[in-house]
Design a protein around this ligand. Structure first.
Ligand code: AMP
Ligand code: MG
Length: 589
């Protein structure tokens, strides 16, 4: 269940917007519920109705039931108003809860705003507001929609909570990639690496399906919605230490507390109220009993007969943890697109989330092309035979990144054979990596085929090793045509393939973490292209590079532990200069 808020000044148009969103989003097939906060005493009954009379007579809870609806009314009778999280937890069977009001809660909200009201937008001071639906022009850096364009606001809200990609009905609500998504603007020749990355980032969208998975099974999976905690962490106020609890204000001047019978332990709370001036034995993690607001460490007291004396003046509230001080029910705990790690599984579990919607693993086909290629299992190989090293490398990269590798084998340099392979596997994969035949030469059949039949754009990227990357759509499936040289195929997959596959899989765009390290080499760098050198750290903490830059030198890939990235311009690198080092681990290896 997703939560999204509508807030704004009085008369800003909140209720009208909620009303229109409920209709619009319900019409799109989702079940919508709402929670409304009223500041003043609001009553749902009328004077004189039966349930009004029950309540006025003192009933704590009243249920009214009819064939059309039922209502559960609870009189607080002096208790605290329930938190938003507690209220959300009472809603069942809904895809989305729209919350009106509750502007100081942290869930993401849209502000309904009317210029003529004369206030500046609430969004200027409220950081949980992520967009504005406005009547009249306003200057804001947030996404801004017309207050009356309900369809645009609904698209935004559903996109924010991840519901636009959820497919409960068997229909396919996932965005489709456009066939021309890899097209380059007219006249572009050499594409700088940063431009190529920016274009991929802008044009790609998630294509993987969605499924519900038990939280325990989600390591490495990508969240298909932002997750809202349904339980406070910690769930209740408790003690941070083993010691003695008491009410701070009732401590006498001699710092002595008479101990009550019983104790409060984790999982076995003290029942009852601790009287003024008394103390109770309390253990780490135990719920703070009624009448207690402060705990002293057991090492800081002297145990006397039936009482304890504190060794010094305590501080109010010391050694206690408040309910929800870490995470409150209703807080967004993890965002759409996040890749779940073991630590996230702990957070989800602690906040009451036992299952989540995640993207199905992206199915990535890997095809090698070339008449000279053979599987390594072929022992009596001819002199021209090259063992296919790219396919096993790429299949294991795909698997390492948490996707489902699909082996499409080796295709000879024949357009018909390659086309057949793409058609056979296309319907059962979400993306395809090919290697070899990607340039514009006679034997570059991948390029030829994709150009004639598959919306090919050949990106001549200003990168070494690499250069031509053939990007195309084949019956709706994106194909990344990598160079055949194993070093170039590997580098292009790390630099371009990894972030692109992450987006297709529903995840975030990935930028590898880099480190500035002193060079243990010197080099004259050519102008006009980005270079990636096979590299590793020396025992003295410098970075050294492989002895050869030849892109057929597979041994260098294995020798290295990472890449040195050299900027596009020309310059001299001397021993000891800082260079940008990207360890393989920054690429998830
Ligand atoms: P191509 O991009 O098809 O012109 O190939 C460039 C070089 O990479 C040639 O020497 C190929 O033999 C080699 N090559 C292509 N594909 C592979 C592969 N899958 N494994 C090993 N070497 C390859
Ligand atoms: Mg070839």
């Amino acid at each position: 269940m997703k939560v999204f808020g509508v807030t704004g000044w009085k008369n800003g148009g909140k209720t009208g917007l909620v009303e229109r969103l409920v209709t619009e989003i319900t019409d799109r097939g989702f079940v919508v519920s709402t929670i409304k906060h009223a500041h003043h005493s609001a009553d749902v009954d009328h004077l004189g109705t039966d349930t009004y009379r029950h309540r006025k007579a003192g009933a704590k809870q009243v249920i009214l039931s009819s064939p059309q609806r039922w209502a559960h009314m609870s009189e607080l009778q002096g208790d605290h108003e329930p938190s938003l999280g507690d209220l959300i937890a009472r809603i069942e069977g809904s895809d989305l809860v729209l919350v009106e009001g509750f502007k100081s809660e942290v869930h993401p909200k849209i502000e309904a705003f009317r210029f003529e009201n004369g206030h500046p937008p609430l969004a200027e001071v409220n950081t949980s507001i992520v967009a504005i639906a406005a009547k009249g022009a306003i200057a804001t850096r947030l996404p801004c929609m017309d207050l009356d364009d309900t369809s645009a606001v609904a698209d935004f809200v559903l996109g924010q909570v991840g519901l636009s990609v959820i497919d409960d009905s068997g229909g396919d609500l996932r965005p489709k990639l456009r066939n021309d998504c890899f097209a380059l603007p007219e006249g572009v020749d050499w594409v700088p690496v940063d431009d190529a990355l920016a274009r991929l980032k802008a044009t790609l969208a998630p294509v993987a399906g969605v499924e519900v998975v038990s939280t325990t099974q989600t390591c490495g999976r990508i969240l298909a919605h932002s997750v809202t905690g349904i339980r406070h962490n910690p769930p209740a106020a408790n003690s941070a230490v083993d010691g003695y609890g008491f009410a701070f204000n009732t401590l006498s001047d001699d710092l002595q507390l008479k101990l009550v019978d019983g104790r409060s332990a984790a999982g076995e709370s003290f029942v009852g109220h601790v009287p003024a001036g008394h103390g109770v034995r309390i253990l780490t993690g135990a719920i703070i009993p009624q009448g207690v607001d402060t705990v002293v460490l057991q090492e800081d007291v002297d145990l006397l007969d039936g009482c304890v004396r504190l060794s010094g003046q305590p501080k109010l509230g010391s050694n206690t943890r408040k309910a929800g001080e870490d995470v409150k029910a209703g807080d967004i705990v993890l965002a759409l697109g996040h890749r779940i790690r073991p630590t996230d599984i702990a957070l989800l579990t602690a906040t009451g989330i036992s299952e989540v919607e995640v993207f199905k693993p992206l199915r990535v086909g890997v095809l090698s092309t070339g008449d000279e290629l053979a599987n390594a299992s072929v022992k009596d190989s001819a002199a021209h035979t090259t063992y296919d090293a790219n396919r096993p490398m790429l299949l294991s990269l795909v698997e390492k990144w948490g996707y489902q590798p699909v082996d499409m084998g080796i295709a000879p340099d024949s357009p018909d054979e390659i086309e057949k392979r793409l058609n056979d596997f296309g319907p059962n994969v979400d993306a395809i990596l090919t290697s070899g035949g990607a340039s514009a030469g006679d034997e570059d059949h991948i390029s030829k085929l994709l150009r004639t039949k598959g919306d090919l754009t050949s990106w001549r990227i200003a990168v070494k090793p690499g250069r031509p990357l053939a990007l195309a759509m084949w019956n709706g499936v994106p194909i990344f045509g990598l160079p055949g040289n194993p070093v170039a195929a590997f580098v292009c997959t790390l630099i371009f393939g990894r972030p692109a596959l992450s987006i297709l899989a529903g995840g975030d765009w990935l930028t590898p973490q880099s480190f500035s390290v002193s060079a243990a080499f010197s080099k004259s760098k050519k102008n006009g292209r980005r270079e990636f050198l096979r590299a590793r750290m020396t025992p003295s903490g410098q970075v050294e590079t492989f002895r050869s830059e030849g892109s057929g030198r597979i041994s260098g890939l294995s020798w290295a532990d990472g890449l040195v990235e050299l900027a596009d311009n020309g310059y001299e690198i001397a021993d000891g200069d800082p260079v940008k080092y990207l360890p393989y681990s920054s690429f998830g290896l």
